[in-house]
Design a protein around this ligand. Structure first.
Ligand code: WT7
Length: 703
């Protein structure tokens, strides 16, 4: 089961042994109404039709000017899609539907408190709200096309309104996940060069109202420390006219949005016609160094891609009620709560709170009350709902035709519960593999045309040609039983344009590894390196194994090892810090920290200090399960911390060969302390899959 980490066998040469899962066929009722039910679609997206195949997606949008070049590859790997075309994203998601059917519901907002009424916003009403807020942004905040604005908003419809108002003006929005800390927000304000922050006073989460505005003050302080001044903070109020935060409003800097909107009532702001290639938004994600990466997404390519994949993979029709239970602060919410569904003119549900408030039946009550027929969530949420309420779904009379799982690998057992209990055996399921950087789905079955296989995402999506390479860029063939690095051979319209302000890093992280010739203008020489390990079965379906870099996927979201460690190092007493993933039944992976202290410092209270520092620097999502204080970290002779050794200790796996370490004797001391404490706390080891063993054994190998 274990492999020797010091051996010559590359991590991408390791054999994996899956039990092949049986196929599940999509229900005939689903197939009968599906958007993509004719297999002729595969020929339209065959490789010899590339790149023109993607005009089928672009044609779902209304363009002010049609493009002259579908794909411009003259400056690899900075691909340009639909060049010469002009459009406005807000027009496509709002105006054209408001004109055709103004009373149709665009958004149903579900507040967390179950006693509060749902809010229905029609396309006509959405049009009014977006225009008025666009007027505030333009006439009060002085924003114009190309400016960046940071949003730090919870799950309220005002977030969608703010995004669409920015898009109306060509202003580049950068929404930071609401659960992230003020400091994390401040770093992103500085990196993006935003001089306006849009936030909210508070919101409901797990039954109580949080003070969110306090984070804005922290964010501005952090941004200023990094050299970026913010001159206006626009504060939405969760209850108009009633301030939910204890933080004072800074005069001349902080403004209540409801008051500003009153001054712009009835304003109409013409949508600014933007070049296809103009950036629509930034979405920050973690990498292996501390500085977050602002994935820059385009207007025309991105919107085409999310509209097309929403239509064929989410099977969205205009008369569906679609609910993606993700947070808009992640890419899933941008693509598949806001832009994709609204571009198609459907009804999208936004839920404010946590899925299990007040109990594990809440999502199914919402589904029943609203008539949700398409449901989209993550393995983490599925595991949690299965744990807290395995019998809940059958109590409610709702019917999903289609369901999605996204964000991390799903265990076949959990998949089966999702299928039979949540989906009542009536729904087609797609397991969509993709990333912040990729804008939309890369790997998935087409729900009416390809059978489902629990635990596998499926083949490449339409027009996407994945390949698995070993470390030496040899193909790892389908059915070989070997894993490797999954790459995409071709560009596609949803791929990010660059990392904001870091074009070299964009090339370095995603393309340098498998680029065949840095001077080549031929896209064939520039495979996209996704940073995930994968194995391809003989039927062409991919099983994604997880990250190959120093990133810990917690509840479907990437946290950079370096960011966690830098956060711990903000505690002055900490000398060294190492973050490792621990297998977790609900959240997939959870963070555990190891720290060593400066000489003469007492250990008393250090766990709490480190936990607090991580919450402040990153947010509660990153809160470590345990903080272990060790006298000395296991290190190589060149002084590098051997994360794989402590990761093995935390997960109760074999620490492997430690004889080459500079200080092999510390390993046993650490192992004894950590494991006996865990056993005493009831954190017992569970059986791990072979892939999980491998992940631990190679953890930190990128160093
Ligand atoms: C990483 C991307 C995609 C939006 C949410 C997360 C993992 C994503 C799957 C899936 C197995 C998956 C990968 C990927 N991942 N979807 N269906 N099966 N793993 O976006 O934070 O950019 O994370 O999530 O490791 O690289 P993200």
């Amino acid at each position: 089961m274990t492999n020797n980490p010091e051996s010559e066998v590359s991590e991408s040469q390791i054999a994996v042994h899956w039990r092949e899962e049986a196929y599940y066929q999509p229900p005939p009722k689903f197939v009968a109404q599906a958007n993509a039910a004719d297999p002729a679609i595969f020929a339209r997206f065959a490789e010899d039709k590339f790149p023109e195949c993607f005009t089928e997606y672009a044609d779902l949008l209304t363009w002010d000017e049609k493009w002259h070049t579908t794909l411009d590859t003259s400056n690899p790997p900075f691909w340009k899609w639909f060049v010469g075309g002009k459009l406005n994203a807000s027009y496509n998601c709002v105006d054209r539907h408001a004109q055709a059917s103004p009373d149709k519901t665009a958004i149903i907002w579900v507040p967390e408190l179950e006693t509060d009424e749902h809010v229905r916003i029609s396309y006509g009403e959405l049009h009014r709200q977006v225009n008025e807020f666009a007027a505030v942004l333009r006439d009060f905040a002085g924003l114009q096309a190309g400016d960046r604005v940071t949003l730090h908003m919870p799950m309220v419809p005002e977030l969608a309104v703010a995004m669409l108002a920015c898009a109306r003006l060509g202003v580049v929005h950068s929404q930071v996940f609401g659960g992230f800390s003020g400091n994390a927000c401040g770093t992103r304000i500085a990196d993006s060069g935003s001089r306006v922050l849009i936030t909210m006073d508070g919101y409901y989460r797990a039954g109580g109202i949080t003070d969110h505005k306090v984070k804005a003050d922290e964010a501005l302080e952090e941004a200023a420390r990094q050299g970026q001044e913010v001159d206006k903070v626009l504060v939405w109020r969760r209850h108009a006219g009633q301030y939910a935060s204890s933080t004072p409003m800074a005069p001349g800097r902080d403004f209540f949005v409801d008051e500003l909107l009153a001054e712009h009532a009835g304003a109409i702001v013409e949508p600014v016609s933007m070049p296809s290639d103009a950036p629509l938004f930034l979405m920050y994600t973690s990498g292996t160094t501390g500085r977050p990466k602002g994935a820059q997404h385009s207007t025309g390519g991105y919107l085409s891609y999310v509209a097309g994949t929403s239509k064929y993979y989410q099977d969205i029709h205009p008369d569906d009620v679609y609910w993606c239970m993700a947070d808009i602060g992640w890419i899933t919410g941008h693509s598949y709560i806001v832009y994709g569904p609204l571009a198609l003119g459907t009804t999208t549900v936004i839920y404010e709170g946590v899925p299990n408030y007040p109990d594990g039946g809440r999502p199914w009550r919402i589904a029943k009350e609203l008539g949700v027929n398409i449901f989209h969530t993550s393995p983490t949420a599925i595991r949690m709902l299965r744990k807290v309420g395995p019998e809940e779904p059958k109590k409610y009379d709702y019917h999903f035709k289609h369901m999605t799982t996204v964000g991390e690998p799903i265990e076949p057992e959990v998949w089966r519960w999702y299928h039979s209990e949540v989906g009542k055996g009536e729904a087609a399921i797609v397991d969509t593999w993709w990333q912040t950087e990729t804008g939309g789905f890369l790997g998935s079955t087409l729900p009416a045309l390809q059978p489902m296989k629990p635990g596998s995402c499926g083949p490449g999506a339409l027009g996407i040609y994945p390949v698995v390479y070993d470390e030496d860029a040899n193909d790892v063939p389908a059915g070989s039983g070997r894993a490797g690095n999954i790459c995409i051979r071709n560009p596609w319209p949803g791929i990010m344009q660059t990392i904001w302000g870091q074009p070299e890093r964009f090339i370095e992280v995603y393309y340098a590894k498998y680029n065949r010739d840095p001077d080549s203008k031929d896209w064939h020489d520039w495979p996209y390196f996704a940073g995930d390990g994968a194995v391809q079965a003989a039927d062409g379906y991919f099983r994604i194994l997880g990250r190959v870099d120093d990133v810990i996927n917690v509840a479907g979201h990437r946290l950079g090892t370096k960011e966690l460690e830098s956060a711990a190092l903000t505690v002055p007493e900490v000398a060294e810090a190492a973050a490792v993933p621990v297998m977790d039944d609900i959240r997939g992976r959870i963070v555990e920290m190891y720290i060593s202290l400066k000489p003469g410092v007492a250990a008393e209270g250090m766990e709490a200090k480190v936990t607090h520092a991580i919450e402040v620097e990153i947010g509660k999502i990153a809160r470590p399960k345990n903080v272990w204080i060790v006298a000395d970290m296991p290190k190589t002779r060149s002084g590098k911390i051997m994360r794989r050794v402590i990761a093995s200790v935390s997960n109760f796996t074999d620490v492997g060969d430690v004889t080459t370490l500079a200080n092999p004797e510390v390993v046993e001391t650490i192992r004894h302390h950590v494991q006996s404490t865990k056993v005493a706390k009831g954190e017992l080891p569970r059986e791990l899959s072979e892939a999980e063993y491998e992940e631990i054994a190679k953890y930190g190998a990128a160093e």
